[in-house]
Design a protein around this ligand. Sequence first.
Ligand SMILES: [Zn+2]
Length: 177
Amino acid sequence: MATKKVQDLINKNAAFAADNYGAPPDFKFLLGLPRHTAVCIISCADPRLIPEQYFGFGMGEMPVIRVAGARVKDSLRSLLVLENALGLGGVVIVHHTDCGMTHLTDAGLKASLKEKCPQNAAEIDAMDFDEITDADLQTSVKKDIKFLKESPYFSQDLVVTGMIFDLNAGKVIETIS
Ligand SMILES: [Zn+2]
């Protein structure tokens, strides 16, 4: 089944490439843009929401990081790479209603992993899945904003904006900064 899905991807990609694909500028172009103007979107890995769609932007416009729950700690490696290469002017963190990370728990995820790999129990205990326990999502968004604002690795002027996205409405319903 997975093989068929992969083949579908390859077929769709061939059609995409054949349909007036315009190659983007090379990497040097990105490096030549003014530093600290790039804005990175952090969104959930959930396939039900796609930042390029809900914010309406296309290729070459904005970097996007998609991780479970759109948690900042999990995004840090990529953010640091972007900060180094481009200099970040802003980060937009989008947490969403009905997020899988509000349905799962750290304890449950760890128990499941320990069942699979009991020999790794100590390593699993040290993991942090950053579950979202707050029903209205404000706490998790504020926590992620604070984490970034307090990080010494980014410009003091980094503009960090948190958003709560209503999955049913397809709309940002609250902005927190
Ligand atoms: Zn989610």
